[in-house]
Design a protein around this ligand. Structure first.
Ligand SMILES: Cc1ncc(COP(=O)(O)O)c(C=O)c1O
Length: 298
């Protein structure tokens, strides 16, 4: 599904280089680390009318990623929150918004890879856009299994939510060429890891399964679904899942801040069964938690 330009985003205000500016003035230097080497970490947040969903969890993952990248003088969660609120208020935004939060290593004194060339501090970028969940969650989506493997800790640890997204972009290109909505990515052993931008779940014989978070992002929505399954009395097991198991599942769905919970209706030309009992219970539990998990924007 190709996203389209949303006219509500024509006059956005963006936070970058320490100030809120108009969309067309929101730029980073060609010497910024994100341009030089994708040297940045990021989070995707969603603003519902109740507030920002799972804000604390997203900020914790951002802090962990920035720490793993040995960023210096990382802004505190309170400082980041204050800038998010300032940016949302500048846009008069209250709901139906996706926020792309990026923290780059900042500007370099000259081009190069070495983080010691960074002497100007980190650059926080806040891009809030009107963006409803990106998939048609009634219709579901189709998948193509990519030949591009998802990183394990052997290479770039997928526990770092960094801006080097080439791995996933190459997989998405393959899905596009195949005419499917998203790419299914395998780990180094050939087990399913995740989609190019969302996590994966499978239902079989009344139980929920999801791949170990070894070669996939430890998604916030994924974590919440595992918790909600426990609260709702649904057994959820983390295990290696092969393609054959996915093809024969009673239901498969993906999770993420961008699309929430999305049924998968086809994988590699195989029709996937549409289990509804567990899926609907999880959706109800997820919707019921929105208020509790949202941090209001005041
Ligand atoms: C590769 C990948 N997998 C999964 C997700 C979903 O994670 P979350 O539920 O935290 O949005 C994302 C979101 O950024 C992602 O980039």
């Amino acid at each position: 599904m190709l996203q389209k330009f949303d006219k509500r985003n024509k006059n956005l205000k963006i936070y970058v280089n320490g100030a809120v500016v108009d969309r067309h003035e929101a730029k980073v230097s060609v010497f910024d680390s994100v341009v030089q080497g994708g040297d940045a970490v990021w989070e995707g947040l969603r603003l519902y009318k109740e507030g920002i969903f799972c804000l604390e969890r997203h900020l914790r993952r951002l802090q962990d990623s920035a720490h793993a990248m040995a960023f210096k003088d990382i802004p505190t969660n309170d400082e980041i929150k204050a800038k998010i609120v300032e940016t949302l208020n500048a846009n008069n935004m209250e709901e139906d918004v996706h926020i792309r939060l990026t923290l780059t290593r900042g500007e370099k004194i000259t081009s190069g890879m070495d983080p010691r060339l960074n002497s100007m501090g980190l650059n926080l970028i806040i891009v809030p856009e009107y963006k409803p969940p990106v998939y048609d969650n009634e219709k579901g989506i189709t998948l193509f299994t990519s030949t591009i493997r998802r990183n394990s800790p052997m290479h770039v640890d997928s526990k770092i939510h960094h801006n080097n997204l080439i791995n996933n972009i190459l997989a998405k290109i393959q899905a596009n060429v195949a005419g499917k909505d998203a790419a299914l990515m395998l780990d180094a052993y050939g087990y399913a890891s995740e989609l190019n931008g969302t996590n994966l779940f499978m239902v079989r014989d009344g139980k929920l399964y999801t791949p170990h978070a070894d070669a996939c992002l430890h998604g916030i929505t994924r974590g919440l679904i595992i918790e909600l399954a426990a609260e709702t009395g649904i057994a959820c097991i983390e295990k290696n899942i092969s393609l054959t198991e996915l093809y024969a599942a009673d239901g498969v769905f993906c999770t993420g801040t961008m699309g929430e919970l999305t049924p998968i209706v086809e994988i590699d030309g195989r029709k996937i069964a549409r289990e509804t009992d567990i899926f609907d219970r999880l959706i109800t539990a997820f919707d019921g938690k929105k208020e509790i998990y949202c941090t209001p924007i005041l």
